[in-house]
Design a binder for this molecule. Structure first.
Ligand code: PHB
Ligand code: FE
Length: 327
């Protein structure tokens, strides 16, 4: 593993074989079962599998939209250039006790630190993107590494999947086999008869077949981009490893099976609602909540994002409402 110059890592490993890391005043260490996070006013403990699954998303999505809560205490806020790293900031009890703490860091510094922790703490047996059914354990003393898994890039089409130049994961030759849970998904592709001269611009593909070959969970890929409108479908199984506090509205279209969403107030964590979405259901998540999904069977979900860089400020200043439609 090569360590970037600005990553603060202990020279020696601890008795379980893992390095310890420092980022500003935050300190990170792991042992066989747990990740430990310490900051000047407190400290925190998480199961290391949940910690690594959350860390994997934060790294792969480059801190995502808004807030990535690893759990009810620890997480990051993306300011698109800098990132806040916090403890207890979106937790009413920590706030009341004035034990919350946060630091703002340049994105490249936290990116490199988080990448290094992920690389060092992920054993050969563990794939943080995989369903718990499709990976070995995260636990135990240091046992190799899984660099290919933790540096996996998310699939992002530059146009629309199926148009020339897209990312192809649609056939057996792509190396992505049909997932065990999606063996029944029809693989036939639509027939497109484009007028001569339009072959480059007119296309269609079987999105269900495409998703049936996804080897990861809770990792939206981008299948089409039209200005700021991104279609980001994904396959889900078990629990979304983060509690996402959005800085914009996002839409969910449940394409198959079922997901239950726990929806909480974004700032306090107070429970707001539970939304169970069945195949065909559509919902919009407002911009002032945080949410975490539970998918009892592998399911297909379309996340529709508005990628406009102007939105966080428009919503924060009240120019744009936190909800998408007035009924
Ligand atoms: C979300 O936070 O909205 C989200 C993230 C990852 C997914 C699905 C939804 O796979
Ligand atoms: Fe979200």
């Amino acid at each position: 593993m090569t360590i970037a110059d600005n990553v603060q890592m202990s020279t020696d490993t601890n008795m379980d074989g893992y390095h310890e890391f420092t980022l500003g005043e935050f300190r990170f260490r792991r042992d066989e079962f747990f990740a430990y996070i310490a900051w000047p006013t407190g400290n925190h403990i998480m199961s290391v599998d949940a910690f690594l699954r959350a860390l994997q998303r934060d790294v792969a999505w480059d801190f995502f939209y808004g807030i990535v809560n690893f759990d009810g205490v620890f997480g990051t806020v993306n300011h698109y250039g800098t990132v806040d790293i916090f403890a207890g900031r979106y937790n009413e009890s920590y706030r009341k006790a004035e034990l919350d703490y946060s630091e703002n860091v340049e994105t490249p510094k936290i990116r490199e630190t988080f990448k290094s922790i992920l690389a060092d703490w992920t054993n050969e047996t563990f794939d943080p993107f995989a369903s718990p059914h499709e990976t070995g354990a995260a636990f135990g003393v240091k046992n190799g590494s899984n660099i290919n898994a933790v540096t996996r890039r998310r699939v992002a089409a530059r146009r629309m999947v199926a148009l020339p130049g897209d990312e192809q994961i649609r056939t057996d030759s792509s190396g992505f086999p049909i997932n065990r849970m999606f063996k029944d998904v029809d693989q036939s592709e639509p027939v497109v008869e484009a007028e001569p001269g339009f072959e480059n611009e007119v296309a269609a593909f079987n999105l269900f077949a495409y998703l049936s070959r996804s080897d990861v969970t809770w990792n939206p890929s981008v299948v089409s981009q039209c200005k700021d409108s991104l279609f980001c479908p994904t396959t889900e199984e078990y629990i979304l490893p983060i509690i996402h506090g959005n800085d914009r509205v996002e839409w969910f279209v449940q394409l198959s099976d079922e997901i239950t969403w726990e929806v909480e107030d974004r700032d306090t964590g107070a429970r707001r609602s539970r939304v169970t979405m069945k195949a065909g259901d559509v919902s919009a998540m407002p911009a002032d909540i945080r949410h975490q999904g539970y998918s009892p069977k592998r399911s297909m979900l379309l996340v529709w994002e508005n990628n406009s860089a102007a939105l966080p400020e428009m919503i924060a200043s009240g120019k744009t409402p936190t909800y998408p439609v007035e009924f």
